[in-house]
Ligand binder design. Structure first.
Ligand code: HEM
Length: 540
């Protein structure tokens, strides 16, 4: 059987023939009774196990039966699912060049083009080198002040709500503040979404909803001839996207017309307090040698807009959810905020001192990773190490899901995984049963902003790992710290039980689908019905 397998030339993009080979091996395994060519079992189950908007929970159940890796088949389409730190380390770091973004790139292409997230390895190499310096220290330092500034309208709004009946959906509020932050920081555009509604804001949400919808739709109907003209949903999406692209083009043209070229070192030393436009766009345009065409810049900006907005909002939503469920943890965070920041706007120097707040954010990211799954496609046949699962061959053309949620909630790597325990990142943990896994070592993240993937030897991947790790990790953590600090200092929260079926039981874990808040997913983990809270002004 192996003779018919084409290995393809190393690094070549995956072609139709490769996809057929994957299909053929699966058919032989399922219907022909042939031994699996890749050494992976096929998960037997119902599409409903994973099709109700919480696919990552279905994958967690399969993992308990099949360990890592196993295969999932939906008709002709199959996915290899891995959820093991040793295998993840191999795929993301050691053999990263054997993989690309596959299905994800296809889904996101109409929205993000060749932006950094979906970019093919060749485009990615060039763009990543230019984008990473944009997140330099002086800029991040300035951004902390901008986060505080953008939280002003949120605080004003919450004050107004508290003076009335106190009812609010904090998930929506966090989304708005995160959008305002990303607009100003990345392309110096004032969305003002905490206080306003506008066609541009609606267009951003439409693009997000469409990206999520596509990621959960098995048949790409949008590729069918005339679909863009005939399907009303696609017509609406295309007109929203055009509006957004026009706004971005306008901003890009303005930045290019006022270009002040500088070397990276000069630009990194800018005194941002004296700069009119401190946005990332300005940096990318001004960088010497970076004569990027408008389309590429637009793809990059759109990628940042989408990648950096809902993710941070989701972390804030779930952090508030967990803290409200755990008053003792809330008390600890509050004590730290009152002691370190008080009524001030947090500064860059505060970030390091807000140690417990950082642990709360890290623990939230463990329990609610955004996105809960990473997606890859194998470009060159590869061998996966055993780790805590089984050795396997990844066939060229195979699509892969990396179950981050599963791994973050696996008790072999995280004792009492469903318990919200921010202090876990201060304790050493190992498991000799997992071959090649060094365990979690708190010493390895000393001096860092958060307990990263290195400290957990890839059992903790909130920002991915290896070459394609998130470029916005520090930005996001600081944004979450500033927002959480400013909100919790000033307000008390309780669940609005009238909107949550009368109860939000602390023991009722959201892993159960009937949980009153509940989880559903697209690119990030959302609540099912919003995070409805009663907000009161805090008496200090
Ligand atoms: C990549 C998570 C915030 C920009 C990633 C990846 C993850 C992630 C898991 C890796 C994806 C993969 O390997 O397939 C998060 C989370 C965030 C966050 C949890 C917030 C809490 C941000 C922000 C920005 C950003 C604020 C930008 C301002 C990006 C970009 C990539 C990326 C450009 C692609 C990197 C590459 O492929 O080289 N993010 N992210 N992210 N993220 Fe984030």
């Amino acid at each position: 059987k192996l003779d018919v397998m084409q290995k393809g030339k190393e690094g070549d993009p995956v072609e139709f023939g490769d996809t057929c080979n994957v299909l053929r091996t699966n058919i032989e395994q399922i219907y022909g009774g042939y031994p699996s060519l890749d050494g992976c079992p096929l998960a037997e189950g119902e599409i409903t196990d994973i099709g109700d908007g919480t696919m990552f929970i279905g994958l967690q159940r399969y993992q308990q039966n099949y360990n890592s890796p196993y295969k999932l088949c939906f008709g002709p389409k199959s996915f290899l699912v891995i959820s093991d730190p040793v295998q993840a380390k191999h795929m993301l770091r050691d053999a990263n060049s054997n993989y690309d973004k596959g299905v994800l790139a296809e889904i996101l292409e109409p929205i993000m083009g060749k932006g950094l997230i979906p970019a093919d390895p060749e485009t990615w190499t060039v763009r990543r080198r230019q984008i990473v310096p944009a997140f330099h220290q002086a800029w991040l330092q300035h951004m902390v002040g901008l986060f505080g500034h953008c939280n002003g309208p949120l605080i004003d709004n919450l004050n107004k709500v508290a003076e009335k009946d106190g009812k609010c959906d904090m998930e929506t509020f966090f989304c708005s503040v995160a959008l305002d932050i990303i607009g100003l920081s990345v392309f110096n555009f004032e969305f003002g979404s905490v206080t306003n509604e506008s066609p541009v804001i609606r267009a951003v949400y439409s693009a997000l909803v469409e990206a999520e919808h596509r990621s959960m739709t098995p048949a790409p109907y949008w590729d069918l001839p005339f679909a863009n003209q005939l399907v009303p949903r696609l017509r609406k999406f295309n007109s929203d996207l055009k509006l957004l692209n026009d706004v971005l083009d306008d901003l890009i043209n303005r930045a290019k017309n006022t270009r002040q070229v500088g070397d990276i070192e000069e630009l990194e030393k800018r005194n941002y307090a004296e700069v009119d436009d401190p946005s990332m766009l300005r940096f990318l345009v001004d960088m010497r040698g970076a004569d990027i065409d408008n389309k590429q810049l637009r793809d990059d900006l759109m990628t940042m807009l989408i990648a950096g907005h809902e993710t941070t909002a989701a972390v804030l939503t779930w952090a508030l959810f967990e803290l409200t469920k755990h008053p003792e943890e809330m008390a600890k965070v509050r004590e730290e905020i009152d002691r370190v920041v008080g009524d001030r706007v947090p500064t860059y120097e505060d970030m390091e001192k807000l140690e417990y707040t950082r642990l709360v954010i890290a623990e939230t990211l463990r329990m609610y990773p955004e996105p809960p799954l990473l997606i890859r496609r194998c470009r060159t046949e590869d061998n996966l190490p055993e780790g805590g699962g089984r050795e396997a061959t990844v066939i060229r053309g195979m699509d892969i899901f990396m179950g981050i949620y599963t791994m973050h909630r696996d008790e072999r790597f995280w004792p009492e995984p469903n318990k919200f325990d921010p202090m876990r990142f201060t304790r050493r943990y190992t498991n000799p049963d997992i071959k090649g896994w060094d365990g979690f070592d708190p010493k390895k993240w000393e001096g860092k902003l958060y307990p990263n993937e290195i400290a957990a030897d890839f059992a903790y991947l909130p920002f991915g790992g290896g070459a394609r790790k998130c470029v916005g990790d520090q930005f996001a953590i600081m944004e979450a710290i500033v927002t959480l600090t400013m909100v919790l200092r000033r307000f008390d929260f309780d669940f609005d039980l009238s909107r949550h079926d009368g109860k939000v039981d602390v023991n009722d874990h959201p892993q159960h689908l009937d949980h009153p808040v509940g989880m559903r997913t697209g690119a990030t983990i959302h609540t099912r019905k919003g995070l409805h809270m009663i907000v009161k002004k805090r008496e200090i």
